[in-house]
Design a protein around this ligand. Structure first.
Ligand code: SAM
Length: 413
């Protein structure tokens, strides 16, 4: 179970004695195998705070990939780290808020807030608050570390997001996600979208909500932006009318290069046609923003079926994992097993859309046909085309590098 930090733990960790204990612990392996022995050593310097010190060092190691090197000096709780917005996603939002004074109403340990306060980001006044005093104390420490080189850390205080505690600042809330429930609606977060909107009715806030939210049902005026990072949908952002662009936007971020953005105003005139050389599964941000046609039009692809998100065409767009179609037939297990035997396949990836096929169960049934070496891999895509499921026997093609973004035009053009 995750360690529960008390306010006294945070005070200790941010004082000189805590900093010394953290530095001494940083060199220890802290693996499951060594933890008991490591704890004994840490107790010699940190006494009853040893568990808080060890947990902090372990969380900092986990945070590096998500929040970047500055997180090496941050404080977290396990849940707050899981909830923290990944660095590139937070930086993208901060860029959209450039020049706007912002109050982060649910700032937690400050991942979003640090991006908003970074020099050259929001530019306007930025403050943060949260209901949880432990997280507020951690956020004060984290922001004082000058993540991204911020000079003056923003003010952070304890407050309920459902009360008005600042004036003249645009609210931003990243409410906690409520577990359970199949349909992701307004009530999927704590506080809910409706509660936040009611509390800030005079100036609707920017809201970060789960990417699977039924945003059509919310019918909130403004823009919905779906954001993915490295092929994983991370968030839906509900932009209020004052900052909205087109009705829907997909932002595809990549940690290793330029991403891609498209909106519901882009051209979407694409034909439906027979399979081309490749089958392409668009990024989840594009799918969830209902911009599959728009993306297909941009990349010269076409639809296999008007109701299906799989696309096809003569080439795979850069940065995207596609599938070279080797065979194609109405879906039957027997046919698929024949393909697998013919090609001596040992590893089979199965993807499906719009059919009742359960990939893990199908793979189990196909096991007798998967007798080739593990390195001999194939991808089976099963998709409902018209009224029947079709099978596409494919070889996955790793993403081609994305060309660098062209330099921005000089201001004033
Ligand atoms: C998903 S986390 C925010 C993460 C943050 N954006 C970040 O990047 O680190 C949600 C936060 O909302 C806070 N919260 C929940 N209900 C609240 C309320 N009524 N008022 C203020 N904060 C609240 C929780 O304590 C939690 O820290």
């Amino acid at each position: 179970m995750a360690y529960r930090f008390a306010l006294s733990d945070v005070r200790y960790l941010t004082a000189a004695a805590g900093a010394e204990a953290l530095a001494a612990t940083d060199g220890l392996p802290l693996t499951d195998a060594t933890l008991l022995a490591d704890l004994t050593r840490v107790r010699a310097v940190a006494g009853e705070r040893a568990a808080a010190v060890v947990e902090t060092v372990r969380l900092r190691r986990r945070a590096a990939g998500k929040l970047g090197p500055a997180a090496a000096a941050w404080l977290f709780t396990d849940e707050a780290l899981q909830q923290a917005t990944p660095g590139p996603v937070a930086a993208h939002r901060a860029a959209r808020l450039a020049g706007v004074g912002v109050h982060d109403l649910t700032c937690s340990i400050g991942a979003d807030l640090a991006a908003l306060a970074a020099p050259g980001a929001a530019g306007g006044l930025v403050v943060g608050s949260d209901l949880d005093p432990v997280r507020v104390l951690m956020a004060r420490h984290n922001l004082a570390q000058g993540m991204n080189g911020a000079e003056r850390p923003p003010r952070v205080f304890v407050a309920d997001a459902l009360t008005r505690t600042t004036r003249g600042l645009l609210g931003y809330a990243d409410p906690a996600r409520r577990e359970g429930g199949r349909r992701i609606t307004s009530a999927a977060t704590v506080p809910s979208v409706d509660e936040l909107d009611a509390a800030h009715a005079g100036r609707p806030p920017v809201l970060r909500v789960p990417p699977g939210i039924d945003y059509d049902a919310l019918a909130r005026p403004g823009e919905v932006e779906l954001v993915s990072l490295d092929g994983v949908a991370r968030e839906a952002v509900l932009w209020p009318a004052e900052l909205a662009g087109p009705a829907r936007r997909a932002t595809v971020l990549r940690s290793d290069g330029p991403g891609e953005a498209l909106t519901s105003d882009d051209p979407d005139d694409v034909p439906v046609g027979p399979p081309g050389e490749y089958l392409i599964d668009p990024d989840p941000a594009v799918v969830r923003a209902h911009l599959v046609r728009h993306w297909a039009a941009r990349h010269g692809l076409w639809l296999l079926d008007p109701h299906l998100a799989y696309l096809t065409g003569p080439a795979v767009p850069p940065g995207v994992r596609g599938f070279r179609i080797l065979d194609h037939a109405p879906y039957r297990e027997r046919t698929v097993a024949q393909w697998a035997r013919r090609d001596g396949v040992g590893t089979l990836e199965i993807k499906q859309r719009g059919t009742p096929v359960v990939p893990d169960e199908l793979r189990r049934r196909l096991r007798p046909a998967l007798t080739g070496p593990t390195r001999q891999a194939a991808t089976l895509v099963i998709a409902r085309i018209g009224r029947r499921p079709d099978a596409f026997w494919c070889r996955a093609v790793e993403p081609a590098p994305v060309p660098p973004a062209p330099p921005a035009p000089p201001a004033g053009r």
